[in-house]
Design a protein around this ligand. Structure first.
Ligand SMILES: [Zn+2]
Length: 339
């Protein structure tokens, strides 16, 4: 998933592509069918989700022509929901743990900067009640979800609207997008999660082929223990964010050290600025090349500025060596271009 881009104070665009380019059911290429977007208000602010939707074109595939939407969409909000799952979790927690009245619920959301009507608060409360009453024992429902699937890909999210309060655990099937189980728990310890995973695994009529999560330690340990054979993938956004931290630090350090070695461009430029011969012109060009290299930047971690600086300095060094071998004439300089 893409880096969130803040376009103005109130709305952040997040682009969500499906995690795979292949159909999750048959494995053939699922081509991009269309792009769409939806707005979601969470406790973190207003977001516009830019979604890429793929479709499988294999006629023999059980999911032929059915939309393959981004796996991560379901961790933001319920289908067609305008408010995030975290807002629903908060409403449920305030109502059932802290016994807020409707007016108090409304006020609590307004206090958090969410402009919402009382009637919508009531709808969110109804959504919460529906969520937690989803029953794994409802075999008819499970059968209708999995009649066209040979396996499930389990996504697990823990929504904690307030520090120190209960967590609403939501387990869904990423292929169909259906929620399988939602349960508020006061803890997020490994044993509780193992119990949830085992419960879902036992109820499903199809095997679990993979697990997707944000990679919290308790989830990782619980998945390894309850589903030891099942691959566990971090959601791309969280994976990149975690991977970016050490990469960013190492790259920043490398860039600082490299810059130390190419100080003193200005004195060289000064020393040759009154000369008009070829050698002076070439030196000025190299100084310019070093300057432009130092001001170039990138966006870590995917385009690391330190690595980019290193690559460009190496090209300058290689070009200098070629010129040194051939002699400093304008003709040779032209033949030894840097990049
Ligand atoms: Zn397919």
């Amino acid at each position: 998933m893409g880096r969130p881009i803040r376009i103005h104070e109130t709305e952040t665009i997040v682009s969500l592509p499906p995690l795979s380019t292949a159909c999750l059911s048959c494995g053939h290429t699922a081509r991009v069918a269309y792009h769409t977007q939806r707005r979601v208000t969470t406790l973190q602010g207003h977001f516009r989700l830019a979604l890429t939707v793929r479709r499988c074109h294999q006629e023999s595939c059980p999911r032929h022509h059915q939309p393959y939407r981004p796996e991560e969409e379901g961790r933001w909000a319920l289908p067609y929901g305008e408010y995030g799952l975290d807002v629903i979790a908060l409403v449920g927690m305030l109502r059932y743990r802290q016994h807020h009245s409707l007016a108090e619920l409304h006020q609590a959301l307004c206090d958090r900067g969410i402009s919402i009507g009382e009637r919508t608060v009531l709808n969110l409360l109804a959504r919460y009640e529906e969520l937690v009453s989803i029953h794994l024992a409802d075999q008819e429902r499970l059968h209708s979800i999995f009649s066209q699937q040979k396996h499930a890909i389990l996504a697990i999210d823990g929504l904690r609207p307030d520090v120190g309060h209960e967590v609403l655990w939501v387990l869904r099937d990423s292929i169909s997008g259906e929620i399988l189980l939602a349960r508020p728990l006061l803890s997020e310890c490994e044993d509780d999660l193992i119990a949830l995973l085992t419960e879902v695994q036992a109820a499903l009529p199809v095997p679990i082929q993979g697990v997707i999560s944000d990679g919290q330690h308790s989830i990782r340990k619980a998945v390894a223990s309850a589903l030891p054979e099942v691959p566990h993938q971090l959601c791309h956004f969280h994976y990149l964010r975690e991977a970016a931290k050490p990469v960013y630090e190492a790259d920043r350090h490398a860039k600082k050290e490299l810059k130390k070695q190419v100080r003193g461009v200005r004195p060289i430029e000064r020393a040759v600025e009154k000369r008009t011969d070829d050698e002076a012109a070439i030196i000025c060009q190299y100084c310019l090349a070093v300057r432009s290299t130092l001001t170039d930047d990138g966006y870590p971690p995917l385009s690391a500025p330190g690595l980019k600086l290193y690559e460009r300095l190496m090209l300058i060094v290689a070009s200098l060596e070629r010129v040194a071998q051939k002699g400093a004439s304008r003709q040779n300089w032209n033949a030894c271009s840097i990049w």
